[in-house]
Design a protein around this ligand. Structure first.
Ligand SMILES: [Mn+2]
Length: 405
């Protein structure tokens, strides 16, 4: 049976962005285009590695759009059997369309027995594979998938041990959403799961979470990560890669680029506006496809003022400009500006943080939020420390009993 593996579709990403509202459709479009590849290739099953949605509370329209896409998969008759980790048969059904098997990610996970994925499971061809073994059969052929959605750092190492000894007849795939040791190029604050803790004997280990492409064998296990189908961060190593899916048949793997989705480029320049414009033009010359994102990184000495707004105007309809100021001294200065330019007493701190969050868009992170709060308290040094060194171990929600349940 031929399968298509996609991940991190992040439907709802940039939903509320005011700059470049055309990006609002990127996530759903990325998912749609990815599914189309499967239709062209005649796949019999889709695997999704989690972060189907960008948030745990997507609005009804977004849920509807995703349901429509899953219901648009080609018709067929597939026997689906779902087991728990001990091998007890929980459910048996016939899917009337190509089955879509998914685990949750860290972005769209909700605690409790009812979540987005159990909701989608009301569709005859959607199967939530977390803590489950799923066997799909058609015309005498079958595939076996074992799933593990995202589990918070402090529980994951003991959690994954529950999967030890689980067996699946080949072709078999382990579908998960977790960072893995040996697949990360650099230091991260997340707990990395050692490949040795993954259950043995699967043909392929299919992962979500990272937004860039990985195809790597560690400890005799082949890990595949397609990355996200939409550009969510303008991070080097992630933004400049193509958006892809994997077509899988047995142990055979093919990487397929998703056509017609937005690309991103990076331009590094001094703060001389003429130089910036020239470099962006150079990038645009070789470009085809939807209006690209261009990350303009200012480096070197601070010599003048560069306005993101005027760059955006200058390239309107041709490029979406995101300015990153990495000039010496720019960082601390900007932090002070934020505090000095706003009369915090005049309105609630929460409202201010919300507004800032909106303005900063994808530059926003938990760390930035924490830093901003310290800054509002007048603790500049702590704010800087957080931004430069990270916030330490972030507390994740959930209790041990909920996670092991
Ligand atoms: Mn993700």
């Amino acid at each position: 049976m031929k399968a298509l593996f996609l991940s991190d579709t992040h439907v709802g990403f940039a939903r509320r962005t005011r700059v470049y509202p055309e990006r609002r459709q990127d996530a759903i479009l990325g998912m749609e285009r990815a599914l189309e590849i499967g239709k062209e290739r005649g796949v019999d099953v889709y695997f999704h590695g989690g972060d189907l949605f960008d948030t745990r509370r997507p609005d009804a329209i977004l849920i509807h759009e995703v349901m429509d896409l899953i219901r648009s998969l080609p018709k067929g008759s597939y026997r689906v059997r779902v087991y728990d980790l001990r091998g007890n048969l929980l459910e048996e059904r016939v899917a009337d369309r190509v089955p879509f098997v998914a685990v949750h990610g860290n972005h769209d996970f909700m605690e409790g027995e009812r979540n987005l994925y159990t909701l989608l499971s009301h569709l005859p061809n959607f199967i939530y594979a977390h803590r489950r073994k799923v066997v799909i059969e058609k015309d005498g052929e079958q595939v076996c998938i074992v799933g593990m959605g995202y589990v918070p750092d402090k529980y994951v190492l003991s959690y994954i041990k529950q999967y030890r000894g689980i067996s699946c007849s080949s072709p078999s795939y382990f579908l998960f959403h977790q960072p893995v040791e040996g697949l990360y190029p650099s230091y991260t604050r997340e707990v990395l799961v050692p490949p040795s803790l993954f259950p043995e004997g699967f043909d392929l280990y299919l992962g979500g979470h990272l937004h860039w492409i990985v195809d790597k064998e560690v400890n005799g296990k082949r890990f595949l990560i397609p990355g996200s189908t939409v550009i969510t961060r303008l991070k080097e190593g992630e933004m400049n890669q193509p958006r892809i899916v994997y077509i899988i048949e047995g142990k055979y793997v093919e990487r397929v680029e998703i056509p017609g989705v937005r690309r991103a480029y990076r331009v590094e320049s001094s703060d001389d506006v003429e130089e910036i414009v020239r470099k962006v033009e150079e990038v645009l010359q070789g470009h085809t496809g939807p209006t690209p994102l261009v990350k303009v990184v200012l480096v070197g000495e601070r010599r003048g003022v560069v306005s993101e707004e005027s760059l955006r105007k200058a390239f309107k309809g041709r490029a979406m400009i995101y300015l990153f100021d990495r000039r010496e001294d720019a960082f601390v200065e900007r932090l002070r500006e934020i505090r000095n330019s706003v009369d915090v007493e005049a309105f609630s701190e929460d409202a201010f943080v919300e507004e800032l969050k909106r303005l900063m868009g994808e530059l926003w992170s938990d760390e930035v939020e924490m830093a901003v709060k310290r800054l509002l308290e007048g603790k500049d040094d702590e704010a800087l420390d957080i931004l430069l060194n990270g916030s330490g171990k972030g507390a994740k929600k959930g209790t041990i009993t909920e996670w092991l349940g």
